[in-house]
Design a protein around this ligand. Structure first.
Ligand SMILES: Nc1nc2c(ncn2[C@@H]2O[C@H](COP(=O)(O)OP(=O)(O)OP(=O)(O)O)[C@@H](O)[C@H]2O)c(=O)[nH]1
Ligand SMILES: [Mg+2]
Length: 200
């Protein structure tokens, strides 16, 4: 694949159920992480489009699978955040089921970007997500975001703790900031490589 047509990204649709997913066609990259971790902001930064994906200070804002089409080349999928307590249990279970079925079964999903907050300890859900992705054999890319909130030496210290928690090496994750753009090129390169491999 040539360069990703980022400038041609547009909102495609929101899916609340599996029946509402777009037909599986182009390769997809999904973005997962706790509520408020910065998923939507990260996608905006990747696309270089400030307001395309709705980011919010209110956790639990993204309540469905939001599909963004990069021309006819790829989809980016903003997944609902997990672990936000103020959502009703029934609703949480429903999302969980839809998201899990999507991640497990979607034939065109080439990788899940797992987003953690560089400043915070990993929560049970983070461990569970990575363990489950390994278990089902779904490729993933680990990103530690909000790096701008820490100084450089603290970034490395915190990252090493998270690496140990997820049992990954430092070359297996990317430090990122939606605010400064740190890590954007590295993440884009990985995303592009996964998409290109899928198209061969
Ligand atoms: N300083 C800083 N703030 C960030 C960064 N990324 C996101 N934020 C802020 O964190 C808050 C949540 O960001 P969102 O992108 O809406 O997070 P989300 O994971 O999509 O949230 P939900 O959709 O509710 O699960 C917003 O106030 C963002 O401005 C970052 O890299 N640095
Ligand atoms: Mg969001």
């Amino acid at each position: 694949m040539d360069k990703l047509p980022l400038e041609q990204a547009r909102f495609l649709l929101s899916a609340h159920t599996l029946a509402q997913l777009p037909p599986a066609g182009v390769p997809e990259i999904a973005f997962a992480g706790r509520s408020n971790v910065g998923k939507s902001s990260l996608i905006n930064r990747l696309l270089g489009r400030k307001g395309l994906v709705q980011a919010s200070s209110r956790p639990g804002k993204t309540r469905c699978l939001n599909f963004f089409a990069l021309a006819d080349s790829a989809y980016f999928v903003d997944l609902p955040g997990y672990g936000y307590a103020q959502v009703s249990l029934a609703e949480r279970r429903h999302w969980g089921e839809v998201v899990a079925a999507y991640v497990e079964k979607r034939s065109t999903l080439v990788a899940v970007v797992v987003i953690c907050d560089l400043r915070h300890e990993l929560k049970r859900h983070d461990f569970e997500l990575v363990a489950w992705l390994r278990h089902i054999g779904r490729p993933y890319i680990v990103v530690y975001t909000k790096a701008d909130k820490l100084g450089r030496s603290q970034q490395e210290r915190h990252a090493a703790i998270l690496d140990a928690g997820l049992n990954i090496g430092r070359e297996e994750r990317i430090l990122f900031s939606a605010q400064t753009g740190q890590g954007r090129d590295a993440l884009l390169a990985q995303v592009q490589a996964r998409l290109a491999a899928a198209l061969q």
